[in-house]
Design a protein around this ligand. Structure first.
Ligand code: SF4
Length: 488
C-alpha cells in the first residue's frame, strides 16, 4: 500500500482529524458530486476513500481505494461504474481499527443487505464502546468483515426488529456511545445523523432539486450547493427527492461540539456556528494578543494553519505581519519513501525561512497547537539560524494535555508535551524566549461565548485541553486509561 504524504506539513506533530463524510440525493450522476465533495474534504483524511451509489437498474455499486480522491475517483472507468442519482462517500485517516495499516476492508462506506433492501453507511467520529459492542455481537453470532468500529452499526441494524432501515438505524445508534456523524443511504433515501452531543460536524445543502450532506460547508461550495443549515445534535434527517423528514430519536442533552474544529480541523473557508472558520481563527489571534502581549518586530504564522490567528494577532497588537516562513506547496509523492539523508532534512523539506525578513528581528511565531513539540523546536532552530534576535511562540489553543477519543488521532498521553510539563517547562524545553497559549476562557470568547467557558456545563467538548470528557471513553478506561481525578 502506498504511504500517503501528509496534507499538513507537520502531520506527525498535529492532532489529525480522521474522517470526512459526504452524500447527495436527487442529482444526475451522484458519484461525480460525491467525488468532488470528498476532494474538498481531503484535509479530513488522506489515507483512503470510498463511494457507494445506487441506480434503479444497476443496483448498489461501490469503489474503495487507498490514496487521494483526485487519484482514484476521476477516471472514466471508475466513475462510470458508479451510476445513479444517490450516493455517499467517505475519506479517512485510520480511526479505530488497524491504525496505520488499514486493509481495504476497513475503508468505508460499509454496506449491509437487509430483508427490506440494502443500506450503506459512512461514519465520522469514534464509538467509545465499540469493543464491548463488538464482543457482544460476536458472541451472538455476528461475523465481522473489518476491524473498524463503524461496522458495529451495520450489525446492530441487522439485529434490530424494526420495520424499515431508518428505524433500524435509530435502534442501532441508541446502543452506540461516543461521537458520530453518520451519512447513510438506502435505494431511495439519504440519511444523516449526529450524535446527541453533536461532537462532530454535519451540514445540509441544497442542489437543484436534490440535497447534500457534508462534514463541512466547503464541500457544498465545490458542487455549487447552497448551505441550508447544520444538522442539529441528536437529529436524524431522512431525505428523499420529495423532501426532508427531521427526527430527534435520542434523549436531548446539552451540545458539546468539538472546539478544536474551530482551531484547526475545519477548513478556513467553511462556516461553523454561523461564522466563517477564518473569522473565528482571526478572533482567536486577537484574543491571544490581548492575553499574551510581547514586544517584537514581526508576527509570522507557522503555515498554513497558523495564518488566520497570526493575522488576528498582528491586527490586535499593531506588530507587522510577515510571511517569515514559506511552505513548499509541492510536497508530493517525490519523497514517499525518502532516503535517510532526505528524511534527516525533516522540516526543511517542507518549510523554508524567509531570511531577508527575519534577520536581526524579534519574531512572534503563531501556531495553532503544540502536540509533541518536536516541530516547534525545529522551526525555532530554523528561525534562529536565519539570524532572528528573539523567538516568541504564541499558540492559538490551550495546552493539549489529554488525548481525544472522539475521532481524532492523538498520541498517547505521555507523548503530549503539555501532559508532562508546565508552560514554563515547555518554554525551556523548546529553548524559546517565551511561549504562551491562549487560555480556555479566551478560546471560548473567541468562538463567540462572550462570558467565556461555563465551568459547570462547558458549551463545547474541550477534553483534550481540560481532561473533562463529555462521554466516558469506556473502551479506553477498560484498557487502563486514567481519567482526570476530581482533585486535578
Ligand atoms: S477531545 Fe479535543 S479534539 Fe477531541 S472532540 Fe473534544 S475538543 Fe475535539
Amino acid at each position: 500500500m502506498p504511504q500517503m504524504p501528509p496534507a499538513h506539513p507537520f502531520d506527525d506533530d498535529k492532532l489529525r482529524e480522521e474522517c470526512g463524510v459526504f452524500g447527495v440525493v436527487g442529482v444526475k450522476d451522484a458519484a461525480n458530486f460525491v467525488a468532488l465533495g470528498l476532494h474538498a474534504l481531503q484535509h479530513r483524511g488522506q489515507e483512503a476513500g470510498g463511494i457507494v451509489t445506487h441506480d434503479p437498474v444497476e443496483g448498489f455499486q461501490s469503489a474503495r481505494r487507498f490514496g487521494y480522491v483526485r487519484d482514484n475517483f476521476t477516471s472514466q472507468d471508475v466513475m462510470s461504474a458508479l451510476p445513479g442519482p444517490i450516493g455517499i462517500g467517505h475519506v479517512r485517516y485510520s480511526t479505530a481499527g488497524s491504525k496505520g495499516q488499514t486493509a481495504i476492508r476497513d475503508v468505508q462506506p460499509f454496506f449491509g443487505e437487509f430483508a427490506m433492501g440494502g443500506a450503506a453507511i459512512a461514519h465520522n467520529g469514534n464509538i467509545t464502546n465499540a469493543n464491548a459492542l463488538r464482543r457482544e455481537l460476536i458472541e451472538r453470532g455476528s461475523i465481522f468483515q473489518s476491524s473498524s468500529d463503524s461496522e458495529c452499526i451495520i450489525h446492530l441494524m441487522a439485529r434490530s426488529l424494526q420495520r424499515n432501515i431508518p428505524e433500524r438505524m435509530e435502534d442501532a445508534l441508541r446502543r452506540v456511545e461516543g461521537a458520530f456523524s453518520v451519512v447513510a443511504m438506502t435505494r431511495t433515501k439519504l440519511i444523516g445523523v449526529r450524535d446527541p452531543l453533536g461532537v462532530r460536524p454535519l451540514v445540509l445543502g441544497k442542489i437543484g432539486d436534490g440535497y447534500a450532506l457534508s462534514s463541512e460547508t466547503c464541500a457544498l461550495d465545490i458542487i455549487g450547493a447552497d448551505f441550508v443549515r447544520e444538522i442539529e445534535p441528536g437529529e436524524m434527517v431522512v431525505i428523499t427527492s420529495d423532501g426532508i423528514e427531521s427526527l430527534f430519536p435520542f434523549r436531548q442533552q446539552p451540545s458539546k461540539f468539538c472546539i478544536f474544529e474551530h482551531v484547526y480541523f475545519s477548513r478556513p473557508d467553511s462556516i461553523l456556528g454561523g461564522r466563517s472558520v477564518y473569522e473565528t481563527r482571526e478572533a482567536i489571534g486577537r484574543e491571544l494578543a490581548k492575553e499574551n502581549p510581547v514586544e517584537a518586530d514581526l508576527v509570522c504564522p507557522v503555515p498554513d494553519s497558523g495564518t488566520p490567528a497570526a493575522i488576528g494577532y498582528s491586527l490586535e497588537s499593531g506588530i507587522p505581519y510577515a510571511m517569515g516562513i514559506i511552505r513548499n506547496q509541492y510536497m508530493g509523492r517525490t519523497f514517499i519513501e525518502p532516503t535517510e539523508q532526505i528524511r534527516n532534512m525533516g522540516v526543511r523539506l517542507k518549510l523554508n525561512v524567509n531570511r531577508a525578513l527575519i534577520e536581526g528581528k524579534r519574531v512572534i511565531l503563531v501556531d495553532d497547537s503544540v502536540v509533541r513539540g518536536t516541530t516547534s523546536r525545529k522551526i525555532k532552530e530554523m528561525i534562529l539560524d536565519a539570524g532572528a534576535k528573539e523567538v516568541h511562540f504564541r499558540i492559538a489553543s490551550p495546552p493539549t494535555a489529554w488525548p481525544c477519543f472522539y475521532g481524532v488521532d492523538t498520541p498517547d498521553r505521555d507523548k503530549l508535551l503539555a501532559a508532562t510539563m508546565s508552560e514554563s517547562e515547555m518554554a525551556q524545553h523548546l529553548a524559546v524566549d517565551s511561549l504562551k497559549f491562549i487560555s480556555l476562557d479566551g478560546l471560548y470568547r473567541a468562538v463567540g461565548q462572550v462570558e467565556g467557558r461555563n465551568a459547570d456545563c462547558p458549551q463545547y467538548c474541550d477534553a483534550c485541553f481540560s481532561g473533562e470528557y463529555p462521554v466516558v471513553p469506556a473502551d479506553m478506561v477498560d484498557q487502563g486509561f486514567e481519567m482526570k481525578s476530581a482533585a486535578e
